[in-house]
Design a protein around this ligand. Structure first.
Ligand code: GRG
Length: 421
């Protein structure tokens, strides 16, 4: 059982409320090249007809591709990602010479997963449209700068997403009707990426944003956290979805920021890793789910980012690359993405320390940052002009965070104006 003791006391905050990056002396290094190799060769492994991993993840391949492309995009330039992954043009699959074959580009493959009957994208070719994979598909197209591709039937996708809104403001994932706050996030993010999200309170828009936000707020618990439906246990994954959805809906005033930030900070275990709810084990993926929410709320300094960074680095596979859920487990692309994204959000991939070599410094300068609301490279979000809201707590308050530079494009809500009821 993981200990839930707080480690905040060990924080060494600098003038901006962020911990000073630790000297990289004896610390575990970040295995940049190994991770790039791991991600860029993954498709060949998963496509193999004998791959167990490929078979069990077949239904969610669209999200797997999004995790791979986004992780690689944080480490390499768009041109390199395109070349390595065949994002917009075909590449030869790099298996043995005899089995090498031409693969469609990722963008072509995304369009082959479009389900014209529903208007949404499926998790793989021939699958029914679902909100989860529709968002992943749009995120891949956004990264590939292909949202203007004539094959994207924007009107049909907007109709698919908006018709999933229920009378109480919630969203079903597909025609079968399961409701979950994950789908509220997916719907709001997808419509925003498509430039079709109405303003909160706007009449006659494709969805009712005010109702969508009120439904999310109705999933708020006594501990400040959120669950998948009203009354369901608070869980860090759902909290990302709810905070992200409220941010996109510009409704962060519906949260109790201090109570929620406290609950999230309590998720840090002695190992430095974060768990998703009390008495559970730390897992690298919560580095993303929790840090993104804390980033939006301007509360990242409420955890020890140094200890979290050390935990993530210990979960790397130092032979074959990739990141696992916890040290010594097997790496997978889900944890690789959320581990790299977590290292980006705490500044580890971007802040330059005095002991780093010139090579490390120039590498860090090339890393792209990730946006905590849309989970896309910050420059992609900026280029699309996506909108959201973040919280600032004012300069001078103890442990306050100045707004992360990646969030400077968003509307700012003063932290004192948040609902404590
Ligand atoms: C664009 C990043 C992005 C996401 C899209 C699908 C989605 C929106 C969000 C998923 C949020 C979520 C519910 C994440 C949790 C995933 C996870 C590790 C679940 C495991 O839950 P348990 O209960 O594990 O098996 P614990 O850690 O509680 O033991």
């Amino acid at each position: 059982m993981a200990s839930d003791r707080k480690v905040m006391d060990d924080n060494i905050a600098n003038d901006e409320g962020r911990e000073k990056p630790k000297s990289s002396g004896n610390a575990t290094p970040f295995y940049d090249d190994l991770h790039v190799k791991y991600i860029s060769t993954l498709a060949t492994k998963l496509d193999s007809p004998t791959s167990y991993e490929g078979a069990v993840t077949e239904h969610l391949r669209m999200s797997g591709v999004y995790w791979s492309i986004t992780a690689l995009s944080l480490l390499r330039s768009p041109e390199e990602v395109d070349k390595m992954m065949g994002l917009t043009s075909q590449i030869r699959s790099n298996g043995a010479e005899s089995s090498a074959k031409q693969r469609p580009s990722i963008v072509d493959w995304v369009f082959s997963c479009y389900d014209s009957l529903t208007g949404g994208f499926g998790g793989n070719v021939g699958h029914d449209g679902h909100l989860l994979y529709t968002l992943s598909a749009l995120q891949i197209l956004a990264i590939a700068d292909m949202l203007d591709d004539p094959r994207l039937d924007r009107e049909a996708v907007v109709k698919f997403v908006s018709e999933l809104q229920q009378p109480d403001g919630s969203f079903a994932g597909d025609e079968w009707g399961e409701v979950d706050t994950r789908f509220s996030y997916c719907a709001l993010s997808a419509l925003s990426i498509l430039g079709s999200l109405p303003e909160r309170g706007e009449k006659g828009g494709v969805i009712d944003v005010r109702k969508a936000a009120q439904y999310v707020a109705s999933c708020r618990n006594f501990d400040g956290g959120f669950g998948c439906v009203p009354g369901a246990e608070s869980h860090a994954g759902q909290i990302f979805c709810c905070v992200g959805a409220l941010s996109i809906a510009k409704s962060l005033d519906l949260m109790d920021v201090d109570l929620l930030s406290w609950w999230l900070a309590e998720r840090q275990c002695d190992s430095g890793g974060l768990n998703g709810r009390p008495e559970k084990q730390a897992d690298v993926c919560y580095s993303w789910w929790i840090l993104s929410a804390l980033s939006i709320m301007g509360r990242v300094p409420w955890i020890s980012t140094v200890k979290l960074g050390e935990f993530i680095l210990k979960c790397q596979d130092d032979d074959d690359g990739g990141i696992a859920d916890r040290p010594s487990d097997m790496a997978d692309v889900f944890h690789t993405f959320f581990g790299i994204a977590g290292l980006s959000l705490i500044g580890y991939l971007h802040d330059v320390g005095s002991t780093e070599s010139d090579e490390e410094k120039s590498r860090k300068e090339c890393y792209r940052k990730i946006d905590p609301v849309y989970a896309l490279p910050t420059d992609t979000v900026q280029k699309l002009g996506l909108k959201a809201q973040v919280i600032s707590h004012g300069i001078g308050e103890q442990n306050c965070a100045v707004i992360d530079d990646r969030l400077q494009i968003y509307d700012v809500l003063d932290g004192v104006n948040t609902n404590k009821k």
